[in-house]
Design a protein around this ligand. Sequence first.
Ligand code: CA
Length: 708
Amino acid sequence: MQITVFKRILSAAGAALLCLLLPSCGKGVSYVEDPAEYVNTLVGTMSDFSLSAGNTYPAIALPWGMNFWTPQTGKDGDGWQYTYGAHEIRGFKQTHQPSPWINDYASFSIMPVRLQKGASYEGMLDQDARKSIFSHASETAMPYYYSVYLADHDVTAEITPTDRAAQMRFTYPESDESGFVIDSYGGSVEVIDSCTVVGITTSNHGGVPDNFANFFIVKSDKPFMVAASRGVSDVALAFPTVRGEQVTLKVASSFISAEQAERNLREADGSFDEVCAAAKARWNEVLGRIQVGGGKEEDYRTFYSCLYRSTLFPRKLWEEGRDGKPRHYSPYDGKVHDGYMYTDNGFWDTFRAQFPLLNLVYPDESARMLAGFANVARENAFLPEWCSPGHRDCMIGNNSASIVADAAVKGLVAPADLKALYDALVYGSEHVHPQVKSSGRLGCDYYNTLGYVPCDVGIRESVARTLEYAYDDWCILQIACILGRPQEELDKWEARSHNWRNVLDAESRLMRGRKQDGSFSEPFSPYKWGGDFTEGNAWHYTWSVFHEILPLVVAMGGNDSFEQMLDSVFVVPPIYDDSAYGFRIHEIAEMQVAAMGNYAHGNQPAQHVIFLYDYVGAREKTDKWVDEVRSRLYKATPDGYCGDEDNGQTSAWYVFSSLGFYPVCPGSNEYALCTPLFPKFRISPAGGKAFGAPKSDGNFITYEDLTK
Ligand code: CA
């Protein structure tokens, strides 16, 4: 059995581990209470195409909820659906968007209106005519509650979410011509009675079966008249209101059926205030699983705003059937099945720290997610690498292996599910999805014979693919060990996990493109983004050997040489070659403005790099750069991230580092240490034993030491 590779890493480092659990609370230091109040959902919204400060939107949602809601400042179809600098809101949208680059699907919006002189309900069907000016001064943005004053309509709108439903409360002025508009984004709406509208939205960007649909239902507590409609897709509903009159809508939807949507509507039973209180309690339960203490107020805001982002994705795509059991519409085979399903995630981003965070702190939810991914394996041949809601062609790697391995090593995957997942991973290592080239492994024939993906055979990002496939093979090895697979299978994965060596250029001590004939690519610039790499350059990708850092140290000439190369990342100027793209992509701009040389914390490939100093006994440099990144590149403000937040990954980095440890190699049980931001913390996983801050005289700690 070769499962204990991480132990090899530790013993080779000579790191003596000593772990003591601290008492739950020290003298005079108390933990943060009511953590939901520390979250600012507007963090990261001051972003655009050219420079991302997070590329987020204020998700009004429950943790991992099937539906999110957002105020909408952008037009329909604009991935930047809420931007901090915008002045007008066009509606409140049910959204499933994981990233502006993937965009939304199955969305629809609702907008309260009050006609001004000369306006018509007909006109309100136009998103430019119905939009209203607003100010952040009259906006409250919490995870469980959002409100804003829509000045042009003189209406205050409030929203509170459940997993699959929401309540909206509109406070109107005195008017004979009040009401609201429902826009199904090209779908259909049908008025059932004077208080009820049902609809179907199918908006998407491909990658789903033909029968894909989102069935929604809207119930008003005040009767309305149909005032205008556009085809079957949009409707304006009218009623008179007195000053201060409140109208409450209950809204729900389903990917299974209209009948299921009505069942999901029961989640919103009760008054607006009751639903809101339940939503807040849910967030406090989830955020409160990590209690921190002894820190600064401002850092608490950043910490819990990051933890909120780390607990939104992947979202539920399962619903509760008549018998209360989980069921889901499959975006893979178009059928309705029993069991769990989760979606909206780019594993290239989230395998690094976000899933490891869920596995450590939210093992109950992780276990359901992995049961869901096992269902994906049963419903089609491939695991996704980017799902939204089905396979999407985005990014590279085969990091579903990491998602499975990290959960499996922590004991969160049922044996039958693990076998189904393993079989899908084996299949994916030898095939590429016929339509979606990022699922499976593009270039696997080359990789499985040559030991690397050549840079001269028309497959872009060849070095990044090779490095990630090699790490993913190590992840598959961990799963194979747990399953007790035959030795020859273990030997195959073990051998392939060393394939990173095939793209390491000993002369430059950097990863470099390699041709089919074995020679390295010419010319070579470590500053060139893209090309043989993915949204990064050789300075970023050379360290993507998560599972064999010490062999990498040796291959690079030993501790001093490795440390010098790490130093160089931060010392070389932020120069770049963007010729592979033909323009400066936003990730390059974000590296430049951070003023940390060629270190690019705004994108994911380098986010573990700082912790590599731990492996060569230069812990003080880990601590120095962690402190600089934490204090300069994270804030609880609209420009609070230094690049795309990406489904909780960039946030999870902050959460881990604030607690004083980081999962450099997901799929192992090892964490690298840094100086924590908070002197005290307490993690209380549901059903597990609570634990506190690790104490070690080395640079590493294990999962067992932490949680025992
Ligand atoms: Ca990114």
